[in-house]
Design a protein around this ligand. Structure first.
Ligand SMILES: *[C@@H]1O[C@H](CO)[C@@H](O)[C@H](O)[C@H]1NC(C)=O
Ligand SMILES: *[C@@H]1O[C@H](CO)[C@@H](O)[C@H](O)[C@H]1NC(C)=O
Length: 510
């Protein structure tokens, strides 16, 4: 009997061990698959393969394996070659060379069932790895990578101050960019071609990879001037994912994290916009986006009949009312009463109605029973959102006309105390004076602070009551964010007394 129990116990033990082994083996397989996907997501297709990203990725991967040595050779500029070596116990014997090319043939995205580099979602591992290496090449910077959302890392770079208990400074840059249509660009949008007159063409050049690099290069310059430099307050830089799609998996989660709370952030500096003249622009508020859908229902009927209250008629009445409102707001802008960013915009983005006829068209002799319209609505923090809701309920989608509406608020409108999301730009905000001074000392001049017509991650900080300003020092530059042929001139950022110098001064003064 005892003997049987013993065998049973042994069997159980073996089974458990096998189970644990197979579980950790399974995990290892999953991890390897993830790394394969990450590598696939790096677009190295011709004609313009970006070799820095795969080299950086593979280099990081090789370094995560014990005993491997890596070297990067630049036999041709911009075409690095990565060499990974595991030394043998008899290094004088002929060695083994395993080869893999990093480029791939082009793909025609339109003909694929999934985007060809999309094991994509946006690939954040490459920029995090790149920026991490860049930060680590500067003395005294500490880096941490936070995974608040799987596959969406956030890189945190820190320079500790001499008085670490004082509120810290947080400089922000988002790593993502909006898409680009390569066929409409004069240079491939991710090739960062620099023309003879110094224009660097790339999606993200203005929005907002310029500040990403300026923060670090300003710190590098500071350290080169004074290797013992220590700011009074701790300075953090965060590189966040997903700003262009609302920041829900990026800044919104970050400000909720323990890491953020421990940072005790006193002042936040984020992206701004280019200025077409000689003065820098600074932004103290964003407009908040609403996605508004208005929907009408009505009795359906034959296309030949005239009757009241069809869904189409009900919707069209609303479309006219909204258009009139939009026109009035736009008139204020045209008359110079208010800037674009301080009125409510309500732009129609889609119309949906009709009875499908089955062949991809619509039944032309049928008045449909439902019709809807979608609007991109933007509210400056100066307006009362409840008043606009009342207007929507009473005039844009009145129940008396059998209409309903749905609003998706894409972000907060008021801070935790119910105040409009605006950062003061007067003496009531001590950070403002320091920022202004830093800009002036570096030879720059500021234009009147503005609201931003669109929205940024700064709203999440303002919501917590933390002063937050948008500032990308680019002057005498056309505003090209989200446009074809987005570019930025080298001297605007790296020239004497230019963007980088301004950030240098800001870090030293704050
Ligand atoms: C609203 O719908 C009801 C029920 O279908 C209909 O009787 C009424 O005429 C409609 N009113 C308007 C203004 O569309
Ligand atoms: C500073 O600006 C804020 C916000 O615009 C305003 O409420 C406040 O009254 C101003 N304070 C002073 C001292 O001007």
């Amino acid at each position: 009997m005892l003997h049987h129990y013993f065998i049973l116990l042994m069997l159980l033990l073996i089974a458990t061990t096998t189970l644990t082994t197979s579980l950790s083996q399974k995990q290892a397989e999953l991890d390897a698959v993830t790394r394969f996907q990450q590598y696939l997501r790096i677009n190295t297709a011709h004609p313009n393969p970006d070799y820095s990203a795969p080299v950086s990725y593979l280099n990081g991967l090789a370094k995560s394996i014990p005993n491997l040595r890596t070297r990067t050779l630049y036999l041709t500029p911009n075409k690095p070659l990565l060499l990974v070596t595991l030394y043998g116990s008899k290094p004088l014997l002929p060695s083994i060379l395993l080869n893999s090319h990093m480029d791939s043939v082009p793909a025609e995205p339109a003909k694929w069932s999934h985007p060809p580099f999309s094991a994509v979602k946006t690939d954040y591992s490459a920029p995090v790895s790149y920026l991490n290496d860049l930060a680590n090449s500067i003395p005294n910077l500490r880096t941490r990578t936070l995974y608040l959302t799987p596959n969406k890392p956030l890189l945190l770079v820190t320079l500790y101050g001499s008085k670490p208990l004082l509120p810290s400074i947080l400089l922000n840059s988002h790593m993502d960019s909006v898409p680009a249509e390569p066929a409409k660009w004069s240079h491939p949008p991710f090739s960062a071609v620099k023309t003879e007159d110094g224009k660097i063409f790339a999606r993200g050049a203005q929005d907002d990879k310029c500040i990403a690099i300026q923060y670090l290069e300003a710190l590098r310059n500071i350290m080169e001037e004074d290797p013992f430099f220590k700011p009074v307050r701790t300075v953090h830089i965060c590189y966040v994912p997903d700003e262009e799609i609302g920041g829900f998996d990026g800044m919104a989660k970050f400000v909720e994290s323990d890491e953020f709370k421990e940072m005790n952030v006193g002042f936040f500096l984020d992206e701004g916009q280019a200025s077409t003249n000689d003065k820098y622009r600074v932004f103290y508020a964003d407009r908040s986006p609403w996605n508004l859908v208005i929907k009408a229902v009505g009795v359906p009927g034959h296309g030949s009949r005239m009757y009241d209250n069809s869904a189409m008629e009900n919707l069209m009445k609303s479309v006219e009312v909204v258009s009139k409102f939009r026109e009035n707001q736009f008139d204020l802008v045209k008359a110079g009463v208010l800037p674009n960013s301080e009125v409510i915009s309500a732009n129609p983005v889609y119309l949906k109605a009709g009875t499908p006829s089955g062949d991809g068209n619509f039944a032309m002799n049928m008045q449909p029973s439902e019709a809807e319209a979608g609007y991109d609505v933007r509210l400056p923090p100066t307006v009362d959102p409840d008043l606009l809701k009342k207007r929507i309920a009473e005039e844009w989608a009145p129940a008396t006309r059998n209409m309903t509406y749905h609003i998706i608020e894409k972000g907060p409108l008021r801070d935790y105390l119910g105040r409009p999301l605006m950062t003061a730009t007067n003496e009531s905000n001590p950070w403002w004076a320091v920022l202004k001074n830093a800009i002036e000392v570096s030879g720059g001049e500021l234009s009147k602070p503005e609201m931003l017509a669109s929205t940024t991650d700064a709203k999440y900080l303002r919501q917590l009551g933390i002063p937050a300003l948008g500032f990308s020092p680019m002057k005498n530059t056309p505003i090209l964010l989200h446009d074809h042929n987005e570019y930025l001139k080298d001297t605007v950022v790296f020239g004497r007394n230019k963007g980088i110098r301004v950030h240098h001064q800001i870090i030293e003064f704050l």
